[in-house]
Write a protein that binds this ligand. Structure first.
Ligand code: XUL
Length: 543
């Protein structure tokens, strides 16, 4: 029997997952996650990260990711997976994070000894021991400087696909150059999380793919080349430190002999560049045509959609990244995702079951209790100093808080994703919290759109595996269409559709207006929303 296995890896904020698919059987054969806090306690991370300086500086440890990779492969061996059947591998990394390496990186990768661990051999290649990741919000100054040099917000967006954002790689690189000049000079290559791990498998520097490259404020979103003006605005001689860019579906080589000798991968296993977690999820959840959007409810919550054509958000909140198919995707990222939900759950000592029960038993509109849930610095809307604002209730109101955090998250998501012009016919839900049907019902009512819930899978790891299969078959001239490919894994038949309750559509439209006024009041010195909120309460609750 012919075995065509493909492997997708996903290095996310809190874990590293591997998903192995069998192309002929059209199913996932095995999936396993290494949890950073639990499985690698020596790194002392909390939820996979280190938080310094209040909440602003958030880093992770690239050496920990490497150890996790070896742990995962050892697990594969332990459960007797036949890694020699794997035809191609790709991966997914949390976006924007950067890894800083000296000039010994490539030479060490080329002569790795399979009798030793990876971590022990690459211990001294880092010019920055820890890596700033997407949760970092410490580069406001650098964002302003780069934006200014690029001619202001609109032109920054038109050049790079996004306004400058604190977590984006360019501002982070600029901060490193300003604060650690000597270390910057000693850095010969700067990788993204994705291209760093891709390099480890490849045994030399891997290119950065267009999809993840778009999250740096350094790539020209139209030409998909490094933008000299953006590089100059960021740090000197940056072009010399960046790997080349490539299409997400290019074959970049075969697996390094280290993995062949140690884990018995086939020497001709093809490698496809790693990409960002959101671009991979776009594929993993099947958004390869217009008319679909997805919400991913994980550490961060994201709203994203496939874009046939480039369509930027000139208001400066959304991003356009590359789609691994070669087109584009629009994305809005909310940092206060599961961590904010967990804050409320912990505050009242609830289980998720209790949480759902409260959502079920409380009325849409929450008697006009509105929360602005900035438990942590927020990306959209931009909030650098976290604070939770409550209108019409206080922090001790158990039911009010549970419902308010969820309604706030989806109201905010609806409000800030309006620039992705195409109204989706259906929204696909993914990520850990998408198992919660009560929560999805609120999302369906607020968006007034069907929400389709799939069995929870790691859509980023699956997306990476599917991408590697597509590139492999393209190279063998066997035609595989993207949509056909992903639909085989989507299991539409067994998915659950949550329909909006039309009864609440007017209520949520009105609540969105009040929510917008609350946001404007707190963040933009807008007028006091209290009277509007009271009118809302009177109209729907008659209290
Ligand atoms: C997207 C973003 C996050 C990270 C981590 O712009 O910052 O979604 O990719 O998941």
């Amino acid at each position: 029997m012919i075995m065509d296995y493909f492997l997708g890896l996903d290095c996310s904020t809190q874990s590293l997952t591997g998903t192995l698919i069998d192309f002929n059987k059209k199913k996932s054969v095995y999936s396993y996650s290494i949890n950073f806090d639990k499985d690698l306690p020596q790194y002392k991370t909390q939820n996979g990260v280190y938080i310094f300086n209040g909440d602003k500086v958030v880093h992770s440890n690239p050496l920990m990711w490497i150890e996790a990779l070896e742990l995962l492969f050892s697990k594969f061996i332990q459960v007797n997976l036949h890694l020699e059947y794997i035809k191609a591998i790709s991966g997914s990394g949390q976006q924007h994070g950067t890894v800083y390496l000296n000039n010994s990186f490539e030479s060490i990768l080329k002569k790795l000894d399979s009798n030793k661990t990876l971590a022990s051999q690459i211990l001294n290649v880092f010019t920055r021991k820890t890596s700033p990741i997407w949760m970092d919000s410490s580069t406001t100054k650098e964002c302003e400087e780069i934006r200014h040099k690029l001619g202001g917000m609109e032109s920054t967006i038109k050049i790079t696909g996004s306004n400058t954002f604190e977590r984006f790689s360019g501002p982070q690189i600029r901060k490193f150059f300003k604060q650690n000049y000597d270390d910057y000079l000693n850095t010969s290559v700067i990788h993204l999380v994705s291209s760093f791990l891709s390099s480890i498998l490849l045994g030399k520097n891997s290119p950065i793919d267009h999809s993840d490259g778009a999250g740096m404020n350094l790539m020209n979103i139209e030409t998909k080349k490094w933008d000299q003006k953006a590089l100059d605005a960021t740090a000197p001689d940056l072009i010399l430190k960046l790997p080349p860019l490539t299409s997400s579906y290019e074959i970049i080589g075969t697996i390094s002999s280290y993995f062949v000798e140690k884990y018995k991968f086939a020497p001709d296993t093809l490698l496809i560049p790693w990409s960002g977690d959101n671009p991979n999820s776009l594929i993993g959840i099947g958004l390869t045509t217009k008319g679909r959007a997805a919400i991913s409810l994980g550490t961060s919550d994201t709203y994203f959609a496939y874009l046939k054509r480039l369509n930027v958000d000139l208001s400066g909140e959304g991003h356009v990244f590359g789609a691994p198919t070669g087109e584009y995707m629009g994305l809005v990222c909310f940092k206060n995702g599961s961590l904010a939900r967990e804050k409320i759950k912990a505050r009242f000592n609830l289980t998720w079951k209790d949480f759902s029960k409260i959502l079920k038993n409380t009325p849409p509109g929450n008697y006009g209790k509105i929360m602005l849930p900035y438990f942590f610095p927020e990306i959209v809307p931009l909030v650098l100093n976290p604070n939770v604002y409550r209108f019409g209730f206080d922090e001790n109101d158990l039911e009010g808080n549970v419902r308010a955090v969820i309604e706030a998250q989806f109201l905010s998501m609806k409000l800030h994703s309006e620039w992705v012009r195409e109204k989706p016919e259906e929204i696909y839900a993914t990520g850990g919290a998408s198992t919660n049907l009560e929560l999805l019902q609120i999302a369906a009512n607020i968006f007034n759109t069907n929400i389709r819930q799939f069995e929870v899978i790691n859509s980023a790891a699956l997306g990476a595996a599917l991408r590697s299969s597509k590139s492999y078959y393209d190279s063998t001239k066997r035609i595989v269409d993207w949509t056909e490919l992903v639909s085989k894994y989507l299991d539409i038949q067994n998915s659950v559709v949550i329909k909006p309750n039309k009864k609440y559509s007017a209520l949520y439209d009105d609540m969105l207006d009040v929510y917008k006024k609350c946001e404007g009041f707190i963040l933009k010195n807008g007028g006091d929303p209290e009277q509007y909120r009271k009118d809302f309460v009177q109209k729907y609750f008659d209290l």
